[in-house]
Ligand binder design. Structure first.
Ligand code: MG
Length: 212
């Protein structure tokens, strides 16, 4: 019997606008000012540095690492605050969370760093009993089956009592299933079909309430 629903954050609850602005606008803009470079030149330089690190390394996710590396005199909090108006949940999210929270304990399992989770979920906090960051809490860059097992332990839940929903086929669908959880793959682009594929979270709610 499912009693906990775990949700991915970026691409599942919140669209990519805010995260894109921080990394692709905010940091390049600060570099452009700091080093007197044209914005596009600064952006090309910054993106090149991102790519040298790559998403398999923990630094990729660590805003402080990048602020230090480029010697930018702003705090993480200031930078995130600057773009907070860009934080935008997908349109069906508040209603779907309202419905799901009537029957389930809701948590978030994201690979974003803690500071992003805290800022991005500020307006949806009331729905979640706990949030987990693979990078900040478990020192893992991707949500491996081990991360899902650790989350179940933290929640004092058996894996079969937890259902995870997210938009990455491997890390939000295959990986939790490998750890023994139930999972739904959220395919907002409508590319896949199947019993465990949903297009939005409203459909996920209907699927979950229909099958229990
Ligand atoms: Mg995602």
């Amino acid at each position: 019997m499912i009693r906990i629903i775990s949700l991915d954050m970026d691409g599942t609850l919140i669209n990519s606008k805010f995260v894109d602005m921080v990394w692709m606008q905010g940091i390049p803009e600060l570099c452009s000012k700091e080093y007197g470079l044209d914005f596009h030149v600064a952006k090309e330089f910054v993106v090149g540095e991102y790519m040298k690190i790559g998403s398999d390394r923990i630094e990729w996710y660590d805003l402080q690492y990048w602020l230090d590396k480029f010697q930018l005199g702003v705090s993480k909090g200031e930078l995130l605050k600057k773009y907070e108006d860009e934080i935008e949940p997908y349109s069906e999210v508040p209603e779907a969370l309202e419905l799901l929270s009537e029957s389930f304990n809701l948590v978030v399992a994201s690979n974003a760093a803690r500071e992003f989770i805290d800022v991005e979920l500020d307006g949806l906090n009331q729905f979640f009993s706990k949030t987990f960051s693979a990078t900040s809490d478990f020192n893992e860059v991707k949500k491996s089956p081990l991360v899902y097992q650790a989350i179940c332990r933290e929640l004092k839940a058996e894996s079969f009592e937890v259902l995870h929903i997210g938009d990455h086929y491997i890390y939000d669908y295959e990986s939790p299933r490998e750890a023994g959880l139930d999972a739904l793959f959220l395919d907002r682009k409508n590319n896949r079909a199947g019993r465990e594929v949903v297009w939005d979270l409203r459909e996920a709610f209907e699927k979950i309430s229909g099958s229990i």
